[in-house]
Design a protein around this ligand. Structure first.
Ligand code: 4AD
Ligand code: MG
Length: 430
């Protein structure tokens, strides 16, 4: 008898099969049990008639706790009422492990309780759907860049200096020296772009975010493309095409999961390039018009981002932020040096910034003076400055945070459910 997964059952109608999974739920009515069996690929109803199995097996199935691991032998029947089109008539039933009473029950649990039981919570249908969408997003990210001639280059995790500001660095002891967990692979991608032209990295990044918000994790996954000879304009076009591709691929391949999550897909269908673009000054004017306080020389906060994003149906690109509130590596706009040649993409419906990026400073002198202004250790950036000594070229790139993208595409208010095991302030277990 073949071991098959629930997702393959439709091709096995009329055949005898073996299923290996967990008891997801059950109902009984004297003569028969309806056993929901889940195996990772899906859930199927197995119908067990008294008389089709021996009496001891029938009794055991009746008293079995949820999440007990089970092997079912039976025949596959077409069933129009089943969401997967089939059910299984159980002829054999083996209990691999009888579960203790499972802590997560169909009743409502608080988020704190569920987060403590994250290792078990992952088995629930919503969490399974989110993890599948996450995997699809990551696969789409990889295909997009691979198909366009980008080379995947891995950035290091231990780094000697900050990329995104010194306030969120995680420090670690590196054989008696200070080292930091990477905040971004960008600086290394700049080196790689000079070798390979178009590159991207994908990996975990770390920020010691000391405030509790719905959008910040201390460990998150970021994809960072970097392209030699790109300017800000080309960077914005790349970001638009990239987001359109990722969203459309999830719509194409993960409809059932989005439906389970009750995501309004009409909003996602509108994610088509080009996106509206506003300079930071234009964005400030729009905010003031809407009665929201905003300053031409200050960064936006979460509330301002939300109002801006809600003014458009598509993601919106805000570019040319004030240079004073941005990272040391950003190139200044030659037309107005108080502005950085940077951009943020804000997701619609208030999900916030999903992409941050821009054109990099390519002049050695300008970069040295910014490193000084930001009081960063010049020594640690010696290698980075070399990139401006040996064949410096204009170049640009961006970073997309996977978790915020998952939150947006799945329609989740908080990033904690977008990653299997979230790391946040006061959260390091399980
Ligand atoms: O805007 P950020 O800080 O940009 C960079 O790190 C650049 N070095 C990227 C580049 O140009 N190569 O971060 C990029 C994105 C944000 O837009 C957001 O989606 C995500 O990373 N992000 C976070 N996601 C979850 N938790 C956090 N604490 C995050 N910080 C940033
Ligand atoms: Mg940013």
């Amino acid at each position: 008898m073949d071991w098959v997964s629930v997702s393959q059952l439709k091709e096995r109608i009329g055949q005898e099969v073996e299923l290996r999974g967990w008891l997801d739920g059950k109902r009984s009515s004297g003569k028969l049990h309806f056993l929901q069996v889940r195996d990772g690929s899906g859930v199927v109803q197995c119908v067990m008639f008294r008389g089709d199995v021996d009496e001891a097996t029938f009794q055991r199935a009746d008293h079995l706790a949820h999440e007990s691991s089970v092997v079912v032998h039976g025949s596959v029947k077409a069933d129009a009422r089943s969401p997967i089109g089939v059910e299984v008539s159980a002829k054999g039933f083996e209990v691999v492990h009888e579960s203790e009473e499972y802590p997560i029950t169909p009743k409502e649990h608080g988020v704190a309780f569920l987060m403590e039981h994250r290792h078990l919570w992952l088995r629930s249908s919503r969490q399974r759907a989110i993890l599948r969408v996450r995997a699809e997003i990551i696969a789409a990210v990889r295909s997009f860049f691979d198909d366009r001639g980008f080379v995947l280059v891995d950035a290091p995790i231990f780094t000697p200096a900050a990329c995104e500001g010194t306030t969120t660095l995680f420090e670690t002891d590196y054989f008696g020296e200070k080292a930091y967990l990477t905040q971004s692979g960008q600086l290394y991608m700049e080196a790689a772009a000079m070798a390979l032209g178009k590159v991207y990295c994908f990996g975990p990044t770390f920020r010691a975010e000391k405030s509790k918000t719905r959008r910040h994790l201390t460990e998150f996954w970021m994809v960072e493309p970097e392209v030699a000879y790109f300017t800000l304009t080309e960077d914005m076009v790349l970001a638009e095409e990239f987001l359109e591709y990722v969203v459309s691929r999830v719509l194409e391949r993960r409809r059932p999961e989005l439906a389970l999550l009750e995501r309004n897909t009409a909003a996602l269908e509108k994610v088509k390039a080009p996106f509206p673009r506003l300079s930071h000054r234009e964005a400030v004017a729009l905010l003031l018009e809407k009665g929201v306080p905003a300053d031409e020389n200050d960064d936006f906060g979460a509330e301002q981002e939300t109002v801006l994003a809600q003014s458009f149906e598509k993601p919106v690109i805000v570019h040319r932020y004030p240079a004073v509130c941005k990272a040391f590596y950003m190139k200044k706009d030659p037309a107005d040096p108080s502005r950085a040649l940077c951009m943020d993409v804000l997701a619609p419906e208030g999900y916030g910034e999903v992409i941050g990026g821009g054109q990099r400073e390519d002049s050695l002198e300008a970069l040295e003076s910014e490193i000084r202004r930001h009081a960063l250790p010049m020594e640690a950036f010696k290698w980075y400055l070399d990139l401006r000594r040996y064949g410096s070229v204009p170049h640009a790139g961006f970073g997309l945070g996977i978790e915020r993208t998952v939150a947006w595409i799945c329609g989740l208010p908080h990033v904690r459910e977008t990653i299997p095991f979230p790391r946040m302030l006061e959260k390091i277990t399980p």
